[in-house]
Design a binder for this molecule. Structure first.
Ligand code: IMP
Ligand code: MG
Length: 353
């Protein structure tokens, strides 16, 4: 049994959801934990038949009948959205535990996000920033106080059935279940990061694990960092994009449209120095590079380093072998202990060096 953090190392949309999904199906007794962000996240998941769906607030384990799903206290809850997802996935009582200490998004937060921050910062307009501002000012609500005011509503009646001691459940099951801590957004969207104010309004580095789940750092067995073989970004802020033709190729082959907003994602080359820094800050043990099949189909790949670019000319010549060389170089450059990669959308298309 192990506790693993799945941490995004870029701008979100690295493919964390599919890594969680893979690990979840490999375990007999998985617990999947959402501990941060809110409905601004969008994780694409697949059922046994390969049907695709997107979850925004529910943990990515909802399609796995063996999984317990847990939402711990700093996940920002929009009650209406969460109830919609609970109904959509027909989530059974006992398979989802929600902490009563989660901050709540109210309809006025969403209205304000749309009016003031959507155009200015490229937010997802889910009300996360205004809700957290009020929460930190102690003018906001957590689910407990929300139930006091709105307990009579239909949404509250549904949600109440899933409220429980989420963080205690984790402590009590560390030796009997595999705990998968599902990060949201990514390292560079951290509110404490260098790209402020073009960031989300919460902590997106490993720090969030501890204050939200109440696990301590000694209880983490492995930090899995996830990075895509090229960069993408939705929302505002500086970002070095590829030329239009190449961006369009990557966007269409890689299906690079926001899972939450449907916006086309900007495309850039993987920045190995930023990746190296993210690995250090988050204490990554295992780096997983996702979507390695996309450049093979596009036919062009470069990797950005401090000095210049690595041009990877042979990736698509012999199939997988040149890719392995590239992954070895990335491992060496970043100093990460272990490296793996995904090479297709389907569950199981994942390998380690
Ligand atoms: P907010 O989190 O909605 O306030 O948006 C702030 C910034 O974070 C915007 O650039 C969003 O596009 C970005 N963002 C928030 N959540 C995600 C995510 O899950 N994936 C990618 N970008 C995100
Ligand atoms: Mg996403």
């Amino acid at each position: 049994m192990a506790v693993k953090v799945i941490q995004g190392l870029q701008n979100g949309d690295e493919g964390k959801g599919r890594i969680v999904d893979d690990l979840c199906f490999k375990s007999d007794k998985p617990v999947v934990v959402r501990f941060q962000g809110g409905a601004n996240a969008g994780h694409t998941i697949y059922d046994e038949k390969g049907n695709k769906s997107v979850v925004h607030l529910l943990p990515s384990g909802v399609l796995n009948p063996n999984a317990i799903n847990v939402i711990t206290r700093s996940t920002v809850i929009d009650p209406k959205q969460l109830v919609e997802e609970i109904n959509q996935f027909n989530v059974q009582k006992g398979s989802l535990i929600i902490s009563p200490y989660c901050p709540v998004v109210m309809p006025n937060h969403i209205t304000e996000d749309k009016a003031k921050y959507q155009a200015k910062l490229g937010t997802t307009a889910k009300g996360i920033g205004p809700a957290l501002r009020d929460f930190y000012a102690r003018d906001g609500m957590n689910l407990n106080s929300w139930f006091d005011l709105y307990g009579h509503t239909e949404e509250a009646t549904v949600l109440y059935g899933y409220i429980g001691e989420a963080e205690k459940f984790l402590q009590d099951h560390l030796s009997t279940m595999d705990v998968l801590l599902e990060g949201c957004q990514g390292h560079r969207l951290d509110v404490w990061g260098e790209e402020y104010p073009n960031v989300t309004s919460s902590c997106t580095t490993i720090g969030a694990v501890f204050y939200s789940t109440r696990l301590n750092h000694k209880q983490i067995d492995e930090v899995i960092g996830v990075a895509k073989i090229y960069e993408t970004k939705v929302g505002s802020g500086p970002f070095e994009e590829l030329d239009e033709d190449l961006s369009e190729k990557y966007r269409s082959v890689g299906k690079e449209y926001g899972a939450t907003t449907g916006r086309p994602r900007k495309i850039g080359w993987l920045d190995l120095d930023l990746l190296k820094e993210a690995i250090q800050v988050n204490g990554v043990d295992t780096l997983i590079i996702t979507k390695t099949d996309i450049p093979v189909q596009v036919g062009v790949l470069k990797i950005k380093t401090l000095e210049d670019f690595w041009e990877i000319k042979e990736l698509w010549v012999n199939g997988i072998d040149p890719l392995l060389d590239l992954l070895k170089k990335i491992k060496e450059y970043t100093g990460v202990k272990n490296i793996g990669y995904t090479y297709g959308e389907n569950r199981g298309c994942i390998a380690f060096l």
